[in-house]
Design a protein around this ligand. Sequence first.
Ligand code: UT7
Length: 329
Amino acid sequence: MSKIHAAITAVNGYVPDYILTNQELETMVDTNDEWITSRTGIKERRILKGEGLGVTDMAVPAVEGLLKKRGIGAEEIDLIIFCTTTPDMPFPASANILADKIGAKNAWGYDLQAACSGFMFGLSTGAQFIESGKHQKVLVVGGDKMSSIINYEDRVTCIIFGDGCGAVLLEPNTEGYGVIDSILKSDGAGKIYLHQKAGGSVRPASHETVDNNEHFVYQEGQAVFKFAVTNMADVAAEIMEKNNLTSQDVAWLVPHQANKRIIDATANRMGLEADKVMINIEKYGNTTNGTIPLCLWEWESKLKKGDNLILAAFGGGFTWGSVYLKWAY
Ligand code: UT7
């Protein structure tokens, strides 16, 4: 029997309507469009406005659209892996909340926390359930409502992040399409450079933590940049080498959208021209777990069966890695 691979058989995404432009940010903090554009490549990002809305409210339209595209019902899903750093609430898992909202009555699920590498970790983990024969339909969702943990008085972080959510469906394929390989890494020593100080068991929420702005993203940008730019490029090159792929063999780089300069360095290291790189950071900023599935969603019509895709990400933790997959449709 030929080997079972986990193929992506449908993809969809959702971004909220509200557009937060660099010009609007200029009225909120001491920054300017020129600085943001030249340092990050970002022009605007989407924000989920409205009381009582969380990341699953973006996942619902993304997943419902996906199911419609694939022509299946929610009750056919076996497993939901919800990759997010901003779950609706600490517990229960957003995977459970999503399953309830869409009517995935036969699914079990869990949340996966690996900051900006989460979707890639989730894709690789979800693929194992397909490859082992345990499941037939695994939904991997990647999304974040970053605006819920951003301090809009901190110019170092508020210019970068945005809200959005994407999802893919994994199904078995015996013709050689799907996830072929992955290299996943982490280094907890990187915690000091990028984290959220309070809200966990070490520093539960209190008046003091709120007064100290400790529920927002804390990032030492330059330090993270140095690690990101080397490690993301290295791991993308490593997976190419491991699978004997040259730059000619790679149809697309699907990079995490943290900073255009990091993406360019990764593409450069892989020997790829700009026209083989998915970049939408100018429109959405860094949506954390949403970046890679949102790229796949936006580029879906350009993808061809058999295309070799290299996914690469770097994020808080530190976490990083790459996935090599053959597009299946
Ligand atoms: O996705 C998760 C992983 N995260 C990342 O990969 C992020 C990696 N880091 C970065 O993308 C970049 O470090 C940033 C975009 C966050 C910052 O860019 P940078 O080129 O590293 O800038 P910097 O922090 O070195 O700051 C340079 C200058 C400083 O001023 P002085 O000290 O040179 O006078 C900052 O105070 O730019 C200043 N600055 C700003 N100026 C205008 C910092 N933020 C802003 C701002 N507008 N928003």
